[in-house]
Write a protein that binds this ligand. Structure first.
Ligand SMILES: *[C@@H]1O[C@H](CO)[C@@H](O)[C@H](O)[C@H]1NC(C)=O
Ligand SMILES: *[C@@H]1O[C@H](CO)[C@@H](O)[C@H](O)[C@H]1NC(C)=O
Length: 463
């Protein structure tokens, strides 16, 4: 092991002490979207999440039986989504019973299904028929779960966007939009959630709310001069997410539902975007998500909700190449489609040997040191390279006097145990060892040079 690797490990252990509590059991989940042509099969993804990350929950945007069953015999809590186009059908109780028998019952013995989510952001669709079907559909699903004695284990919820709010600034002025949605939907929705001990789930994105002047506030960079003050409560806000969550809380409180839990159903920051998209880069994405994870799990809470811990789902697990819209939409992932990290926020396990589900201590990350050495370069596989070719690269490099122990069981880079991650580490070792010429990263046109340090946890890439 090189000197720098030992120093990093020591740092990582020191750092571990300070954040292990926050990360362990903090209720940090990830949204597993699959709008992409190039993702690994769900079984591989489930094993990866269970063995190689500290996420303890995952949110699916569908109820695809293969994807649900992939999480069998893992400890991950799984949220399943009923697509918007089935919500109206679920207002028929017989349909709801059939749906639960077909989509939930077959999995409950070995998958830790935690919630059934009704669509995504239904209340802000402006589709009156869909909106009016929402709560009756939720009630029917709950009734169907009672029929199978699953109602305590599996909750029914419905993630909404911040667009349900008519006012959010200052946070204490938060209120739901008037009229149809509030009267006919928000109150019955919150009543249902309270009655069934289910949370109000909200997609909250400071990324979609910041301006160039509030970038630091959005990224949780506590400003020296204090934060934004809510004059009517005296609450001091150090970050935009807290303000958003308190606006939601104020709106709920106004309707008499301050006691219903709030879950951050989606939040995130893209790592790449179109040239005109401000504030979009790998460093900001890493900073946002890393600070998010530490903040929501810390138990500090928000000015209006002190000492409260928020369960949160990072959006998203993968970059998804079929997402429409600006380039940023396809770059919210923590991982590339081949499971190579886009950046590291401290969710990768690097300790080998822990059994699935055991409480074996997990070494969490070294703090990501600011990358000052801009001239540094690394070699990684091009995205979407065929696994067979990457396997050949591994074999080639290991035949060239490069030390391949780090990717073997017990090695510093064994996890994530994927061909792409192993190839990535070794291709860079080769590139560095043989003189860092561009052609040393060619690998039959499967390699590419990057200036972003691909190191994570105790897996330190040479540079
Ligand atoms: C849901 O309802 C729509 C409209 O009535 C119908 O066309 C569709 O077939 C139904 N879906 C299922 C799965 O039954
Ligand atoms: C929050 O925690 C602090 C420190 O433990 C305590 O002093 C304070 O009373 C708590 N506040 C609430 C509202 O529970």
């Amino acid at each position: 092991m090189s000197m720098s690797a030992s120093i990093s490990s020591t740092l990582s252990i020191l750092f571990l002490v300070s954040i292990l509590k926050a990360v362990d059991g903090g209720g940090i989940g990830v949204s597993y979207g699959r709008s992409a042509t190039n993702l690994p099969p769900p079984a591989q993804v489930a094993q990866f999440l269970a063995h190689s990350t500290t996420f303890d929950r995952v949110k699916l945007f569908d109820a695809d039986p293969a994807a649900v069953q992939a999480f069998a015999n893992t400890d991950l809590a799984v949220d399943i989504t009923v697509p918007n186009n089935l919500i109206a059908n679920l207002t028929d109780l017989r349909f709801a019973r059939r749906w639960v028998r077909a989509n939930i019952a077959p999995h409950v013995d070995d998958v830790n299904i935690a919630r059934i989510l009704l669509g995504n952001e239904v209340v802000s669709t402006a589709n009156r028929k869909l909106i009016s079907a929402l709560v009756p559909a939720m009630q029917n699903l709950h009734t169907a779960l009672i029929g199978l004695s699953l109602q305590h284990r599996i909750k029914v919820a419905a993630p909404q966007s911040l667009a349900v709010l008519a006012a959010s600034d200052p946070p204490s002025a938060g209120k739901f939009k008037d009229g149809y949605a509030a009267a006919a939907v928000m109150k019955p929705l919150l009543s249902f959630l309270r009655a069934t001990a289910s949370p109000f789930m909200v997609n909250a994105y400071p990324f979609f709310g910041f301006t160039i002047d509030t970038l630091d506030y959005a990224l949780f960079r506590a400003s020296a001069g204090g934060g934004v003050v809510d004059e009517s409560t005296g609450g001091v806000y150090s970050n935009m997410l807290d303000a958003q969550l308190d606006a939601v809380f104020s709106a709920m409180k106004r309707l008499g539902f301050a006691d219903v839990d709030i879950v951050v159903a989606e939040t995130g920051w893209p790592s790449a975007g179109d040239p005109w998209e401000v504030g979009v880069n790998v460093d900001n994405a890493r900073e946002y998500n890393k600070n998010l994870v530490e903040h929501v799990a810390s138990g500090v809470g928000t000015p209006l909700q002190p000492n409260r811990t928020f369960e949160a789902y990072v959006f998203s697990l993968f970059n998804e190449n079929l997402k429409p819209g600006p380039l940023s939409e396809r770059n919210f992932g923590l991982f590339r489609a081949d499971m190579v990290p886009v950046y590291d926020i401290g969710v990768l396990k690097t300790e080998v040997g822990g059994q699935e589900g055991s409480n074996a201590p997990v070494q969490v990350l070294n703090p990501t040191l600011p990358s000052k050495a801009d001239s540094k370069k690394w070699c990684v596989p091009k995205p979407n390279t065929e696994m067979l070719l990457l396997q050949e690269n591994i074999e080639y490099v290991c035949g060239q006097s490069i030390n391949c122990e780090p990717i073997q069981p017990g090695g510093m880079c064994y996890f994530p145990d994927t061909v792409a991650a192993h190839a990535s580490f070794l291709m860079n070792e080769y590139y560095q060892a043989f003189g860092r010429n561009d052609f040393d990263c060619d690998f039959g046109q499967t390699g590419m040079i990057t200036t972003i340090d691909p190191s994570y946890g105790t897996c330190i890439y040479s540079s």
